[in-house]
Each structure stands twice: as structure tokens, then as C-alpha cells.
Design a protein around this ligand. Structure first.
Ligand code: NDP
Length: 505
């Protein structure tokens, strides 16, 4: 998830800390246009993974709260207060929301960084401006997408139009909280749906603030509802609610499977699942600029602390250059030492939570038993969320670090001698979200890219992504696509209206 802007962060650590000291945390859910508490006033703590400090108490919503939110969305949809507006009117409101996101960029960047440990240098230049830009792109697209006239026989006119599906629930993770929410809400709202957003429990703040800003932008009450709380309660209630017409989910494959089950148990509904990955980074010896490759390898696994669904967590390198490349990667990995996420000079922030750090460190310990540790592998900071950039080589193909999604700054390196072996290693995973290939041979790059089974193949780069290109997976990485005009497929029905008017009068 690396779409970038040219704006530098431009502030010192002290200035970001000052902003963080002043920032107000949103503490109310957004339901039917009102800022509300959870049933019975129940709350749960939002914790800073860099310090362990409690940041705020947010609503710990219940099944009854979810029901209220879905009913509010349903009512707004049925009354047509949003879907009934012209595309140009919807565009104006969503552009206003995009402007408000941009106007509140510092606040949102700091909220995101404090909630998750993400670098403010990234949230202020990528996540927040990127979210505003993506929302604006969908707003702009909605009055430029035309319907179709089918090539039917004379005497008939069949028009194909897109209609909103109804109530869309977006259940999103903590690694790119605002961006993944916008990836789903942008096209869903532009198409005229009413929505319910459930952020991950680790990252409620930007979602709640987004709900407030949407009201300020003029989105009618009930069109965007935001409910916070735990996955097994709030996520499950949304997944099972008969009033939800479509689910857009990003997260683990395990929970994605639960959403398939929820639909099977309750009602047939549209599902879009963007799940995990174990993406291969295949490097051939004919990639001339090894320094650039090493930069790409490090960015592919250490950006966002490796908490990226499409992270290039498996390096698959031709044996003749493996030692040279790994030496470069180890050297460059030092630039990603974990530190204060509010300091623009920090290379990598802490992991999202103590619980998640425990999972990552468990996998690192397993890696030490089955592989050769080249660098890292330790906690380096005030809390165990600060995990060093870690590189393993001589990795056993069946070991846990070779097969499990670590979702942390941990690279597993493998070597090959032939193109066939490279592809065999690349495909030794049930996932298929992303893949990279590095080669200066045009024919090899085309040949290998064509064979790699992944939703996105990046050639001589890593994790290439843009609002104009679809993003999603093959296999156990899910189905459906975020981004691009194809995202509308998840949030619209195609409707055929057939007029039989007779061939001659
Ligand atoms: P989850 O898949 O558990 O969480 C994603 C979203 O689903 C969150 O909003 C979560 O809510 C919700 N959720 C959790 N349990 C349920 C449930 N039983 N029913 C309905 N919704 C639920 O991911 P985690 O955040 O726990 O991370 C676990 C692993 O998932 C990571 O280590 C990583 O491997 C993978 N992951 C993949 C991501 C991706 O982008 N593809 C993103 C994040 C994680 P809540 O958090 O409040 O419980």
C-alpha cells in the first residue's frame, strides 16, 4: 500500500509531539447522524502501542448497537436521501468530505500514528492525503460512468444500469485504518449505498473522526454509521445481520472464512474479501542494479513494520547473487530500526499491540530454530512492540516462517538455480495477493510475470499500487477488488431494463 504524494512531512519530532499532546480523541459512535454511546455506556480502552498509555475510551458496541446502526443505514437507504440524489450532488458532498480530510490532515495523521504505531512520516504523507485523494477520485468518477445499451435485435431496447446494493458493512483492519476504510466507503458511497463501518479495536480513532467529518460534509444522517468494539461481537453481528446487503472485509484469511460462514447461516449477500498474503519477491541474477533491488527488498518487508497484507515476506533469489544481495539487505535493514513513530527520522514504528508483538516474536523464535538468522530477531525499545528488522536465510520450506503470515518485519530468504525452481518456490503458498520479480531481461520479466499467480505482479519494483488499478487476491488471499472502477462491482447490482417496442409500426 504505497501510493505516495510529493509532500514531505516537514515537521520535527517535537512539533508532532506538541500536536499529539493537543489532539482530541473522538469517543462516540456515529449512528443515524448522532454521536452516541454504546448500549449501557460500555467502553473499551484505546492503547498507544509505543508507550502502553491509554489514549481514550471508545464505545464497546453490542449486537443491539449494531442493529441500531444497520437500521439507521437501511432507513436512510429506503428513504432515498442519498441514493436518490443525482451523481453530481453525491460528488459534491464526497468532494467536501475529501477536503475536510485534507484540512484535518495533521490531526488524522497523529490519531492514526498514536493508535497503531505507524510512522507519522507515513500517515501524514501517504495514509491521510492518500485517503483524501482516493475519496476524491471516486467522487469524481461517479458522474462520468455511463450505463450500457445492449446490442439486442431490432424492436428492442435493453439498457444496463448500475444500482446500489443497499446497506454495505465495511469491516477493516488496523494496519491502514483510514485508507482501507476509504477504499471501501469511497466507491460504496459514490454508488449511492448507505454504510456501516467497523474499525479494528486497535485503531478506532480515525474511523470515528471520519464519521463526524462526514456529517460536517453534509452526508445525510444514517448514510455513514461507525460502530466500534470487538470483532467477535460487532464484526460478527454485522456479518450475520439480515439487513446488511454487502460486506467488504479486509483482514485475516481466518476471519474472512468466518464471513463466508455468517452469510451461509443467515442470508445470501455480496461479499468482498481482501485477506492475507505471503508474497514472493523473486530476484534473478540478471537484475543489474543490486543496490536498487536491496532497497526494494527492504521497503517490501520493513515498510509499515511489515504489517502489510501484500508485504514481500519471502525473498527468492538466484543462488549466484544471494550472498551479495543478502549482505546489502542486512546493511540497509539497519535504517529500519524501530523507534518513536512521531519522530520523522525513525525508520520503523512499533508493532500495533502487545498481543500482536507476542505473535510476531513467537514466529521469530520458531525461525531461529529452523533457519539462519542474519540480522535482528530481538526487541529493541522500551516495549516488546519494538521488534528489530529481521532477516532469516537457509529457511526450511515447511517451517512456520516460510508458510505463516508473520505480519511483522521478518524476511525469509530462499535460493534457486532455475526459473522453474523460482516459480515453484513462489507458488509454495496458498496465498496469491502480490508478487515481485526483478530482472533486466525483458523476455524473462514478461514470462515470469505472466506465470506468477497473484492479484498484482510488480516488475522491478515492490507493492505497486494506485487508485487506478485493482487490488485483491487469488486463492486464500480472497476475492473481489478494491480500488479502480472495478471496485464498483462489489457495491452495485447490474440491472437490465428491457423495452420491447416492436420492429415496425
Ligand atoms: P482480523 O482478521 O482478526 O481483523 C480484521 C477485522 O475483522 C477487524 O475489524 C476485527 O475486529 C474483525 N474481526 C475479528 N474477529 C472477528 C470475528 N470473529 N467476526 C467478525 N469480525 C471479526 O485481523 P487481526 O487484526 O486480528 O490480525 C490477525 C492477523 O490477520 C494478522 O496477524 C495478519 O496476519 C492478518 N491481517 C491481515 C490484514 C490484511 O490487510 N489482509 C490486515 C490485518 C491483519 P477486531 O480487531 O476489533 O477484533
Amino acid at each position: 500500500m504505497t501510493e505516495t504524494t510529493d509532500e514531505p512531512a516537514g515537521r520535527t519530532a517535537a512539533q508532532w509531539h506538541e500536536i499529539a499532546d493537543r489532539v482530541t480523541f473522538p469517543t462516540r459512535a456515529v449512528v443515524g447522524g448522532e454521536l452516541v454511546e454504546a448500549e449501557g455506556g460500555r467502553t473499551r480502552a484505546d492503547v498507544d502501542p509505543a508507550t502502553g498509555r491509554e489514549l481514550s475510551q471508545v464505545p464497546d458496541c453490542s449486537e443491539a448497537d449494531v442493529d441500531r446502526a444497520v437500521r439507521a443505514a437501511r432507513e436512510s437507504f429506503d428513504r432515498g436521501v442519498w441514493r436518490g440524489r443525482s451523481p453530481a450532488e453525491r460528488k459534491r458532498v464526497l468532494l467536501r468530505l475529501a477536503e475536510l480530510i485534507a484540512a484535518h490532515a495533521d490531526e488524522l495523521a497523529v490519531l492514526e500514528s498514536l493508535d497503531t504505531g505507524k510512522l507519522v512520516a507515513a500517515t501524514s504523507t501517504v495514509d491521510v492525503p492518500g485517503s483524501a485523494a482516493i475519496l476524491a477520485w471516486y467522487a469524481e468518477s461517479v458522474d462520468k460512468v455511463y450505463g450500457e445499451v445492449a446490442p439486442t435485435a431490432a424492436g428492442n431496447l435493453a439498457v444496463v444500469t448500475r444500482e446500489p446494493v443497499g446497506v454495505v458493512a465495511a469491516v477493516v483492519p488496523w494496519n491502514y485504518p483510514l485508507e482501507t476504510a476509504i477504499w471501501k466507503l469511497g466507491p460504496a458511497l459514490a454508488a449511492g449505498n448507505s454504510t456501516v463501518l467497523k474499525p479494528a479495536e486497535e485503531s478506532p480513532s480515525t474511523a470515528l473522526r471520519l464519521g463526524e467529518l462526514a456529517l460536517e460534509a453534509g452526508l445525510p444522517p444514517g448514510v455513514l454509521n461507525v460502530v466500534t468494539g470487538s470483532g467477535p461481537v460487532v464484526g460478527r453481528a454485522l456479518g450475520r445481520h439480515p439487513g446488511v446487503d454487502a460486506i467488504a472485509f479486509t483482514g485475516s484469511t481466518e476471519v474472512g472464512r468466518l464471513f463466508l460462514g455468517y452469510s451461509a447461516e443467515t442470508r445470501v449477500r455480496r461479499l468482498q474479501l481482501e485477506l492475507g498474503g505471503k508474497s514472493p519477491n523473486v530476484v534473478f541474477a540478471d537484475a543489474a542494479d543490486l543496490d536498487a533491488v536491496a532497497d526494494g527488498v527492504c521497503a517490501g518487508i520493513f515498510s509499515n513494520s511489515g504489517e502489510v497484507c501484500s508485504a514481500n515476506s519471502r525473498l527468492i533469489v538466484e543462488r549466484s547473487i544471494a550472498d551479495d544481495l543478502l549482505a546489502l539487505v542486512v546493511r540497509k535493514a539497519h535504517a529500519f530500526q524501530p523507534g518513536d513513530p512521531l519522530d520523522p527520522a525513525t525508520g520503523m514504528g512499533p508493532l500495533v499491540s502487545d498481543r500482536h508483538a507476542g505473535k510476531v516474536l513467537d514466529l521469530v523464535a520458531a525461525g531461529k530454530e529452523t533457519s539462519t538468522l542474519l540480522t535482528g530477531g530481538e526487541v529493541a525499545g522500551p516495549r516488546r512492540t519494538f521488534v528489530q528488522p529481521t532477516v532469516f536465510t537457509d529457511v526450511d520450506r515447511r517451517s512456520r516462517i516460510a508458510t505463516e503470515e508473520v505480519f511483522g518485519p521478518v524476511l525469509a530468504a530462499f535460493t534457486f538455480e532455475t526459473e522453474e525452481q523460482a516459480l515453484d518456490l513462489a507458488h509454495d503458498t496458498p496465498y496469491g495477493l502480490a508478487a515481485s520479480v526483478w530482472s533486466d531481461s525483458l523476455s524473462r520479466a514478461h514470462r515470469v510475470a505472466a506465470q506468477l499467480r497473484a492479484g498484482t505482479v510488480s516488475v522491478n519494483c515492490v507493492d505497486a499500487l494506485d487508485v487506478t488499478t485493482p487490488f485483491g487476491g487469488f486463492g486464500q488471499s480472497g476475492f473481489g477488488r478494491d480500488l479502480s472502477l472495478h471496485a464498483f462491482d462489489a457495491y452495485t447490482h447490474l440491472k437490465t431494463t428491457w423495452f420491447a417496442y416492436g420492429a415496425t409500426s
